[in-house]
Structures are given as structure tokens and as C-alpha cells.
Design a protein around this ligand. Sequence first.
Ligand code: NCD
Length: 360
Amino acid sequence: MRGLNSILELRVDELDQLIATAKDIIAHPENYWNRCAHKKLATLFFEPSTRTRLSFEAAMLELGGSVLGFSEAASSSASKGESVADTAKIVSCYADIIAMRHPKEGAPFVAAQAASIPVINAGDGGHNHPTQTLADLLTISRELGRLNDLTIGLCGDLKYGRTVHSLIEAMSRYPGVKFVLISPKELKIPGFIRYNVLEPHHIPYKEVSSLEEAIPELDVLYMTRIQRERFEDPWEYQRLRDTYVLDVEKMKLAKEIMCVLHPLPRVNEISVKVDADPRAAYFRQALNGKYMRMALILKLLDEAEKNPQPHLMNEMELEYDRVCHNPKCISQVEQELPQLFRCTDKAADIHRCVYCDQRG
Ligand code: NCD
């Protein structure tokens, strides 16, 4: 039995299969109306959400299942000091599958180790957001007809934008994909993406700061919000918040077939006037998220039925003698959790925290 913590846990053929299932759901929704009858999805959202939580809930309802859960930490026992692991054990008594969003990086991973049902990471801090990536993949496939041979521009907050990290991890595995990383220097992609994904797999990428200069070569433009809640210094956020605004003028520089994605919510990084452009795919992307979450729930529940054994972490080569210094890591708040590291690059002697991927 497994859940989904990082998009890298799904092989490319599994991603393609999920996309195929989602397209079949779109074509024949009636075939899926009862597929999850008597099954329950628990949505445990310790951080705000509109699209992710509601699309998970809509997905389960459209499969004939039911939903329970909470949408803020204040209305759960976390506010009394309950640990993520205990919450996951309790919810395993009441539900068949969990979708968890948490401000601390690695929290859904901790939940998955403790739960006896599949746990899906619905966004952990500034780390990962694998189910948003599923929505992104279906959108690119439906808009452009392929996932290979694409130049993908990612623009905005590449440091704290968890959707960016998971999307790079997924798209790096399709042939002929190149990335143009458009950000101010303060918000460049973090080391775990650069050194675990892009560099070792020799993925072509360049880092630039001008959206105008980058836009003409792009097949996909993935805009992101500057993640105000993740900044330690509010003035830094104020300084960087308006760095990029995609407007009608800039869209004139783009290819006729380019598609614009955004995980949403947008603040002001895409002018509302762009919404009428047929290349603006972000509202269709939000709908695609529901279909991909339906496909994922079906897959994980089906696998759990066939193999109910808990899917515990591989303990090989774990290192216990380092300390994580990332204040956003779950291991910083929950003192009972063991510090766990793994060597990710022997030659460069790089060791990363198992929960949050930061260097130790
Ligand atoms: C994103 C998230 O929560 O990371 N939103 C979403 O899930 N659709 C992006 C964001 O909050 O900026």
C-alpha cells in the first residue's frame, strides 16, 4: 500500500496511465459514478486551500465516495498539540485514504509512516505539491497534445513555489524537455531541485530574470505567485512581489500555440485581461486537477486493496548523526521525530534531510 508524497514516486508509465484514466473519466463520467461507493476520503488541511481541497472533495464525491475532514489547523487537535503521526493513526480508523496539506515540510511523509491507509501530499510548506503537478501534466497534454519536446518557462517564486519543484521533477523525465527558469536572483530554484534533478540528469536549463526576453521561445509559460507566507522578512516580499506581471503586451511576444498555466491563486502576476486569450489555460487547469485526483484516488485505493501492507520508508543507508536546520521542517517542531539524512551525492559529500530535502 502506498500514497503519494513526491511525484518521483510515480514512474513515467504510471503518470501516462493516470492521464489516460483522467481522459477516460472526462469522456465517460458515468462509468465512474460508483467506483468509490462506501469509501471515505479524509481531507486534513492545516493550511488554507480552495482548489486543492475542494477538487479532492469533488473528485471523491464524483466517484460515489464520501468526504470528511477539516480545513484549518485550529479546528483539529493539532491546536492542542497532537502530533502529525497521532493524527494520521486516528484518521486511519475513520477513513480509507487521506489528503494532507501542512505548512511544515515533510509532514505528509511523517503521516504516511504512521497511517494504515494511503496518504497523499496535498502540499507541504515550500517543498512539494505532487497532485498539482498531475493537474499540470493533464493540462499540457490536453492543450498541446504532448509532454515531450517542450520548452517550459517557469516564472516567479521558484524558491518557495512547491508546485514548481514537483513540476520540474515530473517534466525532467520526458524526452526533449528544456526549462527556462525566470526569477529574481533571491528566488531561484533550491538546491534539491538543481542538484538532485537538473544537474545529475543533464536536463537543459537556463536561468534568466527577464520574462519579456524569455517568452518568445516558450511552449508553456508557468506563472507563479510570490509566496508571501513563506518569507522570513516581510520587506523582502514587498520588494519582490511585483517583479513579474504577465499582460496583453507580453502575450503579443509569445508563440501562437504557447499555453499559460498558473496553479492559482493569482495575486497580480497575470493581468485579468489575459484571461480572454485562448492561450490562458489556468482555469481549465483547475478543472483538470479534479479529474487527475479522481484517477489518483482510484489507483491508490485499488493498490491498497491488493496490497494492504504499510509502505514504510527504505531504511537502507539512513544516517542518524546530522541535524536539520530548516525551520520549516517537521522535524524541527516535532521533537520526537528522529533526525534522518541520506547521502544524495557521494562525490560532493551532500547529505539531505529525509523529511524536507534540505542539506545537513
Ligand atoms: C498552490 C499551492 O498551494 O502551492 N496552489 C494550489 O494548490 N493550486 C500555489 C500557491 O499557493 O501559490
